[in-house]
Design a protein around this ligand. Structure first.
Ligand code: NAD
Length: 508
């Protein structure tokens, strides 16, 4: 399988190049970027950065593949999706190994990512049912109306580093099943999982050119965004880039869904079970080193629960095993790059100065001195709005605690934050939980569930600065995003009744 992932091997370093028209294609742009091994801090390979001309080539190939793919029978497309489901299932461990090697997350975490991605392919296996239209008979004498949903053409997915397999599967499964041709621009930081997916998609029987991967940076994204033959863009990444992509893409008349960053609050009420809340906060804050858009980054402790909750969290943190993701028993791996590790550490180093209390300082972890991009877990208490560690998305293993006196104060805090991706409430009071579900201005809500990522037959998306666009990702809204409606009104009259009538058509 390795040979399929790597287009060229020069000395020990792998080179990842584009996948266009069903095969790897060497890059001629002369530009590339490093692929780090976050566990060792060494460069393990290089990834090609596409030029605008290379992007044009991928779009041309996708455009050419589109007409016959959209005309392919639904039964055949369904068959292919089932085969892809089997292939990804059989390659769970191969995908997970790639994720761990390039992203740094632990193998169990990587297997979880593959599993949550695979759900979307399973959903797309039902494409025949999902694309059912509507039909109204005899809306007027001898006149019927039907509505169908048709694919858009060439559509693009631009994905972040933190879920290099799952987020592409959020997009590609529905996009392809609906009959579109798809171009993926994965994160340049961990590009290999997308190449294994490309190979599996080819083996499943998706015709060449229907799925393509173009690697690169801003140059590739800009060209994809502006190419006249690209009809729609799905983006997942940080808020500033999401906003810019939404603004430019929609201005150019494209359909865009752009998911941005997060700052997810977990409200813990005084009646909550402290052990359960502490287990949940620690798992959701430090899993995948906090590099999840659904990670809990703020615990909002209501009333007297704050002191015992902070102690329970601190006690659990001491037991987290930090180390290379590929080694058995480790629970938290390194961060994605040295630069990102240093940025995350700066929030912890500045916290005292901002008026917060550093309860646990992850920068003091022995591994943070190693060559790998490790950081221990940090806990900051007495955090308030206006502090950088509260306002910004840190995207690392740093949990902050804000103390409030009442539920209303806690709710107001969550609603005032510009991000609205996910949130959770921990309580034994069903009435208050229901009120929270009703009042909170956030797209995905957990009740005693800290990471409420919707299953694939619902759709994923935040509110406010966490999503730009109208439709959430995957699930039923994904099908809507990747298709457009066509309404057909038809008449099969008896020719002998035909006559000229210049009046506006009325229902008779
Ligand atoms: P990022 O915004 O830096 O990069 C995302 C993608 O955009 C990558 O493919 C990258 O190559 C490209 N890109 C980066 N800068 C660009 C620019 N200036 N112009 C054009 N393209 C650019 O995000 P990241 O660091 O890879 O991922 C982490 C971010 O993604 C976090 O903010 C996290 O919250 C967010 N995220 C959100 C969700 C969600 O569902 N809302 C899910 C996962 C990650």
């Amino acid at each position: 399988m390795k040979a399929l992932l790597v287009a060229e091997e020069s000395s020990a370093l792998k080179t990842v190049t584009h996948w266009i028209g069903g095969r790897t294609v060497p890059s001629c742009s002369g530009r590339s970027g490093p692929i780090w091994d976050p566990a060792t801090g060494e460069v393990q390979g290089r990834v090609a950065f596409a030029s605008a001309e290379e992007v044009d080539q991928a779009v041309a190939v996708a455009r050419q593949a589109f007409p016959s793919w959209r005309a392919t029978a639904l039964s055949k497309r369904t068959d292919i999706m089932f085969r892809l489901r089997e292939l990804v299932d059989r390659n769970r461990r191969n995908l997970a190994d790639l994720l761990t090697r390039e992203h740094g997350k632990t193998i169990p975490d990587a297997l979880g990512e593959v599993s949550r991605g695979l759900e979307n392919i399973e959903f797309a296996c039902g494409i025949a049912n999902l694309l059912k239209g509507g039909f109204s008979e005899q809306i007027s004498r001898n006149v019927d109306v039907c509505q169908t949903r048709q694919p858009l053409g060439v559509v693009v997915g631009i994905t972040p580093f933190n879920f290099p397999a799952m987020v592409p599967m959020w997009m590609l499964a529905n996009a392809i099943a609906c009959g579109n041709a798809f171009i993926l621009k994965p994160s340049e930081k961990d590009p290999s999982a997308s190449m294994l997916l490309a190979e599996l998609i080819r083996q499943a029987g998706v015709p060449d050119g229907v799925f393509n991967v173009v690697h690169g940076d801003r140059v590739a994204v800009d060209r994809l965004l502006r190419h006249p033959d690209v009809k729609a863009i799905s983006f997942v990444g940080s808020t500033p880039v999401a906003k810019a992509i939404y603004q430019t893409g929609t201005q150019l008349g494209k359909r865009v869904q752009a998911l941005g960053g997060a700052k997810n609050h977990m409200l813990v009420l005084p009646d909550a079970d402290i052990d359960m809340a502490a287990d949940a906060a620690v798992s959701a804050a430090y899993g995948s080193a906090g590099e999840r858009c659904m990670a809990i980054s703020v615990v909002v402790a209501v009333g007297g629960i704050a002191d015992p909750l902070v102690s329970a969290i601190k006690e659990r943190m001491a037991r987290i095993r930090v180390g290379p993701g590929a080694e058995d028993g480790n629970e938290m791996g390194p961060l994605i790059t040295g630069e990102h590790r240093d940025r995350v550490a700066s929030y912890v180093r500045n916290a005292n100065q901002e008026g917060a209390k550093v309860v646990v300082d992850g920068t003091a972890h022995p591994l943070s001195q190693s060559a790998g991009f490790f950081l221990g877990t940090s806990l900051l208490d007495n955090v308030k709005p206006g502090m950088r560690c509260y306002d910004d998305e840190i995207f690392g293993p740093v949990l902050t605690v804000v103390r409030v006196q009442t539920y209303d104060e806690g709710l107001a805090l969550v609603n005032a934050h510009p991000m609205g991706n996910g949130t959770a409430i921990f309580t034994r009071d069903g009435g208050t939980a229901r009120q929270f579900q009703f009042d909170v201005e956030v797209g995905m809500v957990g009740i005693n569930v800290p990471v409420p990522v919707p299953v694939s037959y619902y759709s994923f998306g935040g509110w406010k600065a966490s999503l730009f666009g109208d439709l959430h990702m995957y699930g039923p809204e994904g099908i809507q995003f990747y298709t457009r409606a066509k309404v057909v009104t038809s008449r099969w009259p008896d020719p002998s009744t035909s006559q000229v009538d210049l009046g506006f058509p009325q229902l008779k």
